[in-house]
Unconditional design. Structure first.
Length: 302
């Protein structure tokens, strides 16, 4: 553990020196997803770091979809923080916000579902993109997903192979190839990940977004295309709060109209810049199609 800790420090120092500022978010016709997670303020008083991120993003261009992949709060008795979250996000030029519950929401899941999102498992379509949102189903460090929710996900994947499929969970798959997977940090994984992994080997899921790790974006394998799991692109959000070795981070995912290329940008909101040394482009299974006046549709799990 000590050697791994020193490795992270040394590598972070090296890679931070490679980061440069970046201002341009997109070009006309692009479809932009702002993906973040793990707001969870430590003192339970205010969403200070999230406010910094929102102020940063509000100065940039419009966002088509914003994703909060779990852990808005740290502790129970956080009704005031959920209310603050809903108020702060109004500053961002985005009409489509989607959340899932992480392990910390389960310290008071009733308040989360009452104030933020009553749906724990649901799908969203935007053009030929299908997003499958899967919340934690129980408290605890590992992400628990019951069999009926897995079956709902599997059915959606099988029946929508003509679409670009994106899955959003709080924890990641055990064999994702992300850094926590390579370091075998068990508490970061989805329990019984092999259920999902077996499907990925047979059916295409283009992107899998997760949080929970708090791993800084300047480290390697915070996004990774795993050819052993059908070429799925795994993306770790990091944390949108300031931690010991990281600033306030999120991911900006850009789809270009009529293109099969997706760009993943790592945003440092405290420094108001992109970590360009880890910006990547990946090839999708199909070209992205979307008209700006198209409706973004949500469907709850039956």
């Amino acid at each position: 553990m000590k050697k791994r800790f020193l490795f992270f420090i040394a590598l972070s120092t090296l890679l931070l020196s490679c980061s440069t500022a970046g201002q341009s978010l997109s070009t006309e016709g692009d479809f932009i997803i702002w993906s973040h997670s793990d707001i969870q303020p430590k003192d339970n008083k205010t969403l200070r770091d999230f406010k910094i991120a929102v102020d940063d993003m509000s100065q940039l261009e419009r966002i088509d979809i914003s994703i909060t992949a779990g852990d808005i709060v740290e502790k129970s008795r956080s009704e005031h923080l959920y209310s603050e979250y809903l108020e702060l996000r109004k500053k961002v030029n985005c009409l489509n916000w989607f959340e899932i519950a992480g392990n910390h929401e389960w310290r008071d899941i009733e308040t989360y579902t009452r104030l933020v999102n009553p749906r724990l498992h649901y799908s969203v379509t935007a053009g030929n993109i299908l997003l499958l949102f899967i919340s934690n189903s129980a408290p605890g460090r590992m992400t628990e997903i019951p069999d009926n929710v897995f079956q709902w996900w599997e059915q959606n994947v099988i029946e929508n192979q003509d679409k670009i499929i994106i899955t959003v969970t709080h924890g990641s798959l055990k064999n994702s190839g992300l850094l926590q997977s390579r370091a075998n940090i068990e508490r970061q994984f989805i329990k019984n990940s092999e259920r999902f992994e077996s499907v990925l080997k047979k059916y295409k899921v283009d992107i899998w977004i997760s949080g929970h790790s708090h791993i800084p974006g300047y480290l390697p394998f915070t996004d990774y295309k795993n050819e052993d799991l059908g070429g799925t692109i795994f993306i770790d959000n990091g944390a949108i709060r300031e931690d010991l070795f990281s600033n306030i981070e999120s991911r900006v995912i850009i789809f270009k109209k009529d293109s099969d290329i997706v760009t993943i940008k790592h945003r440092d909101h405290k420094e108001k810049k992109y970590i360009t040394s880890f910006e990547k482009e990946y090839r999708l299974s199909k070209k992205f199609h979307y008209e700006k006046d198209s409706e973004i549709k949500l469907q709850a799990m039956p």
